[in-house]
Design a protein. Structure first.
Length: 277
C-alpha cells in the first residue's frame, strides 16, 4: 500500500535568490517548505538573501528567518555544496569573498558546468544596474517605493479576498505594463547576456530583478531564478541537464503528490564549480 509520505524532489543543482530575509515581505515560510521538500547536490544562493538595507533602517527578524538560515546550514553540513554570491542588499558579505561560513563558501561570482557540459556564468546582476552604481541614493529611494508598493499590494489582495478573487501581484503587473520598467528589464537582460558571451559561457544565471525567466537571448541561455518576495520561484537543474523554473506556490500541490523519481545516480562530485572570483 502506498502511504501518503512526503517525498523529496532531488535535483542536480538548485538556485535561489532575492529572499530579503529581515523584511516582513520575505516569504520565509514558503522557502522553508521548499528547502524541506527538495534536495540537491549543489545549492547556489544568488544574492539578496538578507536585506541589510532594511535591517539598518528598522530591525525585523522573525523566527522563520532563523529557520531558513539554519536549514541551509544543515544542508551544507550534510553534504550539499552551498555557495553564496552576495547581492546589493547583502553586499557587506562581499568582504568575505573566498571565506566560508561553516560549510558555506562565499564568492562574487562563479562559472557552473551543467550536466550537458555547458558553462553558465552565475552572478547576482546588480553590477549591471546603473542606478545602483551611479545613483545609490536613487536605488534606496526605489527600494522604499517598492516597500510602499508591497504594502499597497497587501491591501489590494485583502479586498480581492473579500470579493472572492485570487491573489494578484500589483508590482508584477506594473513591471510588465509600465514602459520604463519593461525597458529596464530588457536592458538588464541584454547586459548580462553580453557579459556571459564575453566570458565564453553558453548561459547566465542571475537574480536581482525579481523576474523569473528561462529563454534564449542572442544565442545565450538566459536564466533568472526570480525571488521569494512575490513569485516564490527557484531555478533547478535536473540530472539530465534540463533547467526548470519551479513556481513553488503553483506547483507545490502537484510536487507533493508525486513519488520521487531518482532518474540518475547521484554524481560523486557535483559541480560544477569551474572557478571562483
Amino acid at each position: 500500500m502506498k502511504a501518503d509520505v512526503l517525498t523529496i524532489r532531488r535535483y542536480r543543482a538548485i538556485f535561489i535568490s532575492d529572499v530579503h530575509l529581515g523584511t516582513r515581505r520575505a516569504q520565509a515560510s514558503a522557502l522553508l517548505d521548499f528547502l524541506r521538500e527538495t534536495e540537491s547536490n549543489t545549492l547556489y544562493l544568488v544574492g539578496d538573501m538578507i536585506d541589510g538595507w532594511s535591517l539598518r533602517q528598522k530591525w525585523y527578524w522573525d523566527q522563520l528567518h532563523n529557520d531558513v538560515i539554519q536549514k541551509i546550514m544543515r544542508k551544507a553540513r550534510k553534504g550539499t555544496k552551498v555557495f553564496f554570491i552576495p547581492g546589493n542588499h547583502d553586499e557587506n558579505f562581499r568582504d568575505f569573498t573566498g571565506h566560508r561560513f561553516g560549510h558555506v563558501a562565499v564568492m562574487r561570482e562563479a562559472v557552473y558546468k551543467s550536466a550537458s557540459g555547458l558553462s553558465y556564468l552565475i552572478l547576482h546582476g546588480d553590477k549591471f544596474d546603473n542606478v545602483i552604481y551611479f545613483a545609490p541614493w536613487l536605488a534606496k529611494l526605489g527600494d522604499w517605493a517598492y516597500e510602499r508598493l508591497m504594502d499597497m499590494n497587501s491591501v489590494v489582495n485583502g479586498l480581492r479576498r473579500v470579493l472572492g478573487f485570487g491573489k494578484w501581484s500589483l508590482s508584477a503587473y506594473i513591471k510588465h505594463k509600465v514602459k520604463k520598467a519593461v525597458e529596464f528589464i530588457s536592458r538588464f537582460e541584454e547586459a548580462v547576456v553580453r557579459e556571459a558571451h564575453a566570458r565564453g559561457c553558453q548561459g547566465v544565471i542571475c537574480g536581482h530583478i525579481h523576474t523569473p525567466d528561462n529563454r534564449m537571448i542572442d544565442g545565450i541561455h538566459y536564466l533568472n531564478d526570480g525571488d521569494w518576495v512575490e513569485s516564490c520561484t527557484a531555478l533547478v537543474e535536473h540530472f539530465d541537464g534540463r533547467f526548470e523554473i519551479i513556481d513553488w506556490k503553483k506547483n507545490k500541490p502537484e510536487i507533493v503528490r508525486q513519488l520521487v523519481e531518482v532518474n540518475a545516480t547521484p554524481e560523486p562530485e557535483s559541480p560544477a564549480l569551474v572557478h571562483l572570483r
